[in-house]
Design a protein around this ligand. Structure first.
Ligand code: ATP
Length: 238
């Protein structure tokens, strides 16, 4: 399990998170909603070791991981797909996937086998292995970012705004993949602007506003009362 407990993060005078707690376990899909600037990206960065909290702690698999570097989180089963996907546009699809294998460099893995295995779920990428990642469509790039994260065999995956810039059908397909991965035991914490899409299959939801959790629990009340979700929590159209 991965958990941030009472975490505060400051960027100079800006307090992005104030004593905020969020957790995700293997086998659950958790959605983190909130308006722009609420601190969602900052929370994901804390949970993958990219940002050290000013106060509070981070626990990974029952041990204190506060202040450990991102490599520690990556090596211990935490995958992070950042906002903008973070793929390397000048590398080929295959080279991007091999970057994802880096954390498993001490295992005796055969690259070809691992690449073939992960591509089972991404048939469109199979045909583009030698293409530069930068020429792929937005949807294909998002699939590549997901495949690159999965090849590292994470137990928990943090995903920032996956549907951003994608056509609705592709975004829906992505969330179907999250459903499948959750059923296979992966824990997924997803930050998403498209609330309706993300809440549909979620096990739990958090709403973050101005660095503080204002809702935590079942997604059902948020799904049932879309107007309240928008007016009270998000302050904009979902
Ligand atoms: P969005 O939905 O717009 O991506 P968010 O909910 O992910 O927003 P964060 O990106 O975590 O929010 O930002 C939270 C607050 O911290 C914002 O006020 C933002 O301007 C500020 N902030 C984020 N990163 C930095 C930084 N590197 N330096 C200074 N302030 C920052």
């Amino acid at each position: 399990m991965l958990a941030a407990r009472n975490v505060t993060v400051r960027y100079g005078r800006v307090q992005a998170l104030t004593r905020t707690s969020v957790e995700v376990e293997p086998g659950e899909l958790v959605v983190l909603l909130g308006p722009n600037g609420a601190g969602k990206t900052t929370m994901l960065r804390v949970l993958s070791g990219l940002r050290r909290p000013s106060e509070g702690s981070v626990r990974l698999d029952g041990t204190d991981a506060t202040g450990r570097p991102a490599e520690h989180f990556a090596a211990n089963g935490v995958g992070h797909i950042p906002e903008g996907r973070g793929i390397f546009p000048r590398l080929t699809v295959e080279q991007n996937l091999l970057v994802g294998l880096y954390t498993r460099r001490r295992e005796r893995v055969t690259r070809r086998t691992e690449v073939d295995a992960v591509l089972e779920s991404f048939p469109a990428l199979k045909e583009r292995l030698d293409s530069r990642a930068g020429v792929l469509s937005g949807g294909e790039q998002q699939m590549l970012a997901l495949a690159r994260a999965l090849i590292a065999r994470p137990k928990l995956l943090l995903v920032d705004e996956p549907s951003h810039g994608l056509a609705p059908a592709i975004a829906a397909h992505l969330f179907d993949l999250f459903d499948q991965l959750r059923a296979e035991g992966l824990g997924i914490l997803v930050v998403e602007q498209h609330a309706a899409l993300a809440l549909r299959g979620a096990d739990r939801a958090y709403v973050l506003q101005k660095g503080t959790i204002t809702y935590e629990g079942s997604p059902s009340p948020l799904v049932r009362n879309r107007k309240r979700l928008v007016d009270v929590y998000l302050g904009r159209s979902p």
